[in-house]
Design a protein around this ligand. Structure first.
Ligand code: PLP
Length: 507
C-alpha cells in the first residue's frame, strides 16, 4: 500500500467510523452470532496474493461488524463505561502514524515529556495531592499504564521488592526465600478480580478481607488481619483499597486504612479505576479524603475521561521505589540524559520494555474538550444515573440494593432471586440493552451503568421501558406457571383419590 492508497483507505475508514458512531443506536447492543461464527466465515490461511483495501473494508461490514458488542452504544449498561471520543480516536491514529517506542527519553523525547505534562495536568484536574506531580520537587510522579490491572501489579511488585529489601536489612537471619515465603497482601472481598490476579502473578497471597454490610473496607478489618498474620509469622506488605468497587462502586475508608498501613509499614495503593474521575468535581470532594496518605493510585482514563482504551493513569508518591525495584539495564538502553529529573525513563515504571505514545491521545482529548467539557461529561453520567434511580424508586416492583454511586445504579426485582435472574435472561435474549449481574449476601442484583459515547435522557427512558416491560412478562409467565403447577397438584390429588376409590372397589 502506498501513500496514495493509504489516504483513500484512511479517509474511507474515518467515514466508516463516523457513520458507525453516528448511527450506533440502529444496532442491538449485543450481537446475534453463535460461538465460532467467524471461524466458519473466514479462510483458514492468509491470502497468498494481496487483496484491495476496499475488499477488506467490505468484509469489515460483512463479517466483523455483526460480531461486535457495541460498547459505544448508549444501550450498553454493563461493567463500567469505556467511552471513546472523536479527538481520542484521532490521537490514537496519529500515534500509530508516528509508530514510535517510548521506553526511554531518547527513544522519543516528545513521548516522555508529553506524558509528564498530561499526567501533571490530570493530577491537577483531579485535585490530587501535590506530591504526585512531576513538577513538584519530590520523588513523586505519574505514568500511563495500559490498564488498571497493570497499575495494580506494578504497585504489588514494587511493594513486595521494597519489603524484601527492608527485611533483609532488619532481619539478616532470614534468607531471601524465607522472607518471600512469608509475604502477605490485603484487599477487600469487593475489590476487582485484577487485584487477586496481581497476587497470583506476584506469587504473594492476597487476603480478601470482609467489607462491612455497606460494602466498605475499614481499618479495623485490616488491623485484625495484620495482627493475626504477624502473630503467625507472616509479613504484611501492601493493602489495595478501592475507591469505587466494581460491584456497587463502594468507597473504602482510606483514612482508617492509611492509619493501619502507616503503623505497620504497609504500602497503601488505591484502585480508583472508575470513580477517580469524580475527584475532579467539587461536589465529590469527600471521595478524595485520605489520598494524601496513600503510596500510589490508579485511575482509568478509558473509563470516564473519553480517552479510548488503553489508558490507565498511575501516580506514585515515591517513584524511586518502583524504579529501584524494576531497574534492569543493558548497555543498548543507556543514553546520556539518563537520571535527570523532569525526564523520567518510563521503562522503569512499568512491566514491558516497549511503550505506546498514549499521551498523544490524552493531550488531544484534553485540549479539544477542556477541563470544562470533561467535568460536564462526568456530571452528565451522574445526572442520567439519578434519572434511572428515580425510575427504579417509582416502581414498587423494584428495589435498590445500594445507594446510587456516580453513574452506577444497583437494583433488583423484589422477591426471589429467580425473578431477577429471569429478567436478565430475557433482556440478554432480546439484546436491546446489556447489563450484568452481581450478588451481595445471597441477593442477586443488576448493575445499570451509564455508558456510551453520548448517552441522553431518552436512552435512559428506553432502557427503563425495556426493563419494565420484560419484568411484566416474567411476572405474567410466573403467574401462568404457578397456576399450572396448582392445577397439576390438584389433578394429582384428584387422581390419587380416584386410585384409592378404585382400589377400595376392587376389594
Ligand atoms: N478496578 C476496578 C474498580 C474496575 O472496575 C476494573 C474494571 O472494570 C478494573 C480495576 C480493571 O480494569 P482494567 O481492565 O483497566 O485492568
Amino acid at each position: 500500500m502506498d501513500a496514495r492508497e493509504f489516504r483513500e483507505f484512511g479517509k474511507a475508514a474515518v467515514d466508516f467510523v463516523a457513520d458507525y458512531l453516528e448511527n450506533i443506536r440502529d444496532h442491538d447492543v449485543l450481537p446475534s452470532v453463535e460461538p465460532g461464527y467467524l471461524l466458519d466465515l473466514l479462510p483458514k490461511q492468509m491470502p497468498e496474493t494481496p487483496e484491495t483495501w476496499s475488499e477488506v473494508l467490505k468484509d469489515i461490514n460483512r463479517v466483523i461488524k455483526p460480531g461486535i458488542t457495541h460498547w459505544q452504544s448508549p444501550n450498553m449498561h454493563a461493567y463500567y463505561p469505556t467511552s471513546v471520543s472523536y479527538p481520542s480516536i484521532v490521537g490514537e491514529m496519529l500515534a500509530s502514524g508516528f509508530g514510535i517506542m517510548g521506553f526511554s527519553w531518547i527513544c522519543s523525547p516528545a513521548c516522555t515529556e508529553l506524558e509528564v505534562v498530561v499526567m501533571d495536568w490530570l493530577a491537577k484536574f483531579l485535585n490530587l495531592p501535590e506530591h504526585f506531580l512531576h513538577e513538584n520537587e519530590g520523588p513523586g510522579g505519574g505514568v500511563i499504564q495500559g490498564s488498571a490491572s497493570e497499575a495494580v501489579l506494578v504497585a504489588v511488585l514494587a511493594a513486595r521488592e521494597q519489603a524484601v529489601r527492608r527485611l533483609r536489612l532488619s532481619q539478616p537471619e532470614l534468607s531471601e526465600s524465607e522472607i518471600r515465603g512469608k509475604l502477605i497482601a490485603y484487599s477487600s472481598d469487593q475489590s476487582n478480580s485484577c487485584i487477586e490476579k496481581a497476587g497470583v502473578l506476584a506469587a504473594m497471597p492476597i487476603k480478601l478481607l470482609p467489607a462491612g454490610a455497606d460494602l466498605v473496607l475499614r481499618g479495623d478489618a485490616l488491623k485484625q488481619a495484620i495482627e493475626q498474620d504477624v502473630a503467625a509469622g507472616l509479613i504484611p506488605v501492601i493493602c489495595i483499597a478501592s475507591l469505587g468497587t466494581t460491584g456497587t462502586c463502594a468507597y473504602d475508608d482510606i483514612e482508617s486504612l492509611a492509619s493501619i498501613c502507616e503503623q505497620n509499614e504497609v504500602w497503601l495503593h488505591v484502585d480508583a479505576a472508575y470513580a477517580g474521575g469524580a475527584f475532579a468535581l467539587e461536589e465529590c470532594s469527600e471521595l478524595r479524603r485520605g489520598l494524601e496518605r496513600v503510596d500510589s493510585l490508579n485511575f482509568n482514563l478509558h473509563k470516564f475521561m473519553l480517552v479510548n482504551f488503553d489508558c490507565a493513569a498511575m501516580w506514585l508518591r515515591d517513584a524511586n521505589k518502583v524504579i529501584d525495584s524494576f531497574n534492569v539495564d543493558r548497555i543498548y538502553l543507556k543514553h546520556k540524559h539518563e537520571g535527570q529529573t523532569q525526564i523520567p525513563d518510563f521503562r522503569h515504571w512499568q512491566i514491558p520494555l516497549g511503550r505506546r505514545f498514549r499521551a498523544l491521545k490524552v493531550w488531544i482529548t484534553f485540549r479539544t474538550l477542556g477541563a470544562e467539557g470533561l467535568r460536564a461529561h462526568i456530571r452528565k453520567h451522574i445526572t442520567l444515573a439519578k434519572q434511572f434511580e428515580d425510575l427504579v424508586k417509582a416502581d414498587e416492583r423494584f428495589e435498590l440494593i445500594a445507594p446510587r454511586a456516580l453513574g452506577l445504579v444497583c437494583f433488583r426485582a423484589k422477591g426471589e432471586n429467580e425473578i431477577t435472574s429471569q429478567l436478565l435472561q430475557r433482556l440478554m435474549e432480546r439484546k436491546k440493552i446489556y447489563m450484568v449481574k452481581a450478588e451481595h449476601c445471597g441477593r442477586l442484583f443488576l448493575r445499570f451503568a451509564v455508558c456510551g459515547m453520548d448517552p441522553k435522557p431518552s436512552d435512559i427512558e428506553f432502557a427503563w421501558t425495556e426493563i419494565q416491560t420484560q419484568l411484566t412478562s416474567v411476572c405474567a409467565e410466573q403467574q401462568v406457571n404457578t397456576r399450572k403447577a396448582g392445577e397439576l397438584s390438584e389433578l394429582t390429588t384428584h387422581l390419587s383419590g380416584l386410585h384409592v376409590t378404585n382400589a377400595t372397589l376392587q376389594r
